[in-house]
Design a protein around this ligand. Sequence first.
Ligand code: XMP
Length: 516
Amino acid sequence: MSAGQKGILVVDMGAQYAQLIARRVREAHVWSQIAPPDRALEIAREMELGGIILSGGPASVYAPDAPSLTEEILELGVPVLGICYGLQWLVQALGGTVVPADKHEYGRTSVQVRRDEHIFEAVAGRTVVWMSHADRVEALPEGFEVYASSNDCPFAAIGNPERGAFGVQFHPEVTHTVRGREILQNFVWRVCGLEASWRPDSIVQREIEKIQGQVGDDGEVVLGLSGGVDSSVAALIVHRAIGDRLHCIFVDNGLLRLGERESGEALFGQHLNMDLTVVDASAQFLEKLAGVRDPEAKRKVIGHEFVEVFREEAKRFTNARFLGQGTLYPDVIESVNVHGGNTAVIKSHHNVGGLPEDLEMDLVEPLRELFKDEVRDIGRHLGLSDVLVDRQPFPGPGLAVRCLGELTAERLESLRLADRIVTSEIEAEGLHEGLWQYFAVLLPVRSVGVMGDARTYEEACAIRVVQSEDAMTADWVLLPQELLAKISNRIINEVRGINRVVLDISSKPPSTIEWE
Ligand code: XMP
């Protein structure tokens, strides 16, 4: 894979932090991609390599099954930055030693910068960093010097500027490390000498050229529009590349939120002037989902049915050999392990995991290498309104993953109404702006209630409100009590089938944002 410009390879040594590192590099307007250790060398050779970052990871470098990569990676003539486990691997590979630490360091620590140059250029004095390690460097490899140290960690940051090799024991990618962004920027801009040229216009241009090359002069693309920011931005890019050879399909799968179909139609048909067909496939979806309770099974059925609808629609065009999708980089990593690597499969995202092998359509995915915040920037750059760009994400499988248990038209309707109450009340208070997502979840749990004089035995609804930067981690948010009371009263009084409202107070990890 090549971005047409030099970038950073982030080697995933088994941490959840590899993505965050890759994002931080992108935030410095430098392209980055993630590779597992066993494919790092091969990928490094394929890309236009500007530098390498070795991520943290939970293992010990001296453990027999510790993730490792060929030391040839250090001979590619580009600078290397090791973070936490990455630093320890680097030290060991270059002849130093790593041993178990007597004292584990975890959490915020203050380090004293000893050399305010290279990765610490303009980062002098004492600064707070985030540490999380149980091993320590005992002896530095030849040619390395100390750049920063803490009370318990004399080698908190090290470097050998001659070799272009640096390491930090702390995590510069997390926000708890106060000067972390600057340290990473110093690495990519100063040490690697990379230009800050990864910006919306260059990304769009690159994707347009890629699509034109892929689709050719007469190919047509069928693209599923959901009304969310990802598929909208994907459609805009494809439209710029091939104009009216793009055919957008909005599928009403019976799993949409209240009024969603109508707003999708209005936006894309009327305002954006694209060829748009609305297909009502709700009966077909609900029939196939009847009796399916397992979350992964639901996702697979939905992915399959979407493809069936697109295939059917594609038949209306002579040359619709391509299926367009708004798949994002994190979807790819979470579903299939981006390059066959270390990260575990958590959920099959419907637009990645559920595609059949005999698809007979090539995928056009202009956002496949992008993070959500990059997609939002591009959306704005292409003229989408803030209302659409800042819309809360809605999962491809729709309400199916928020309606736990069996999907029936009645239960989905209850969820739709409850969800509308949650969202409209939060928006009316203007509280939605700082939130990543806020929605209702219908639980297949019945409990006893009393309504008037009568006993009720109905289901429960959960309110899920989270804050997040990128959906990889998320914190639950506590709404004001009066607002919660209002939402709860309205749901119980106005929605049939629900007699109890509960609050989801779980963060990700260890929970996930969606319930399924
Ligand atoms: P989880 O539940 O894994 O969700 O914490 C992370 C983010 O991804 C969204 N999500 C999806 N988006 N297709 C999508 O396009 C999917 O299958 C899917 N599943 C979850 C979810 O809403 C959250 O923002």
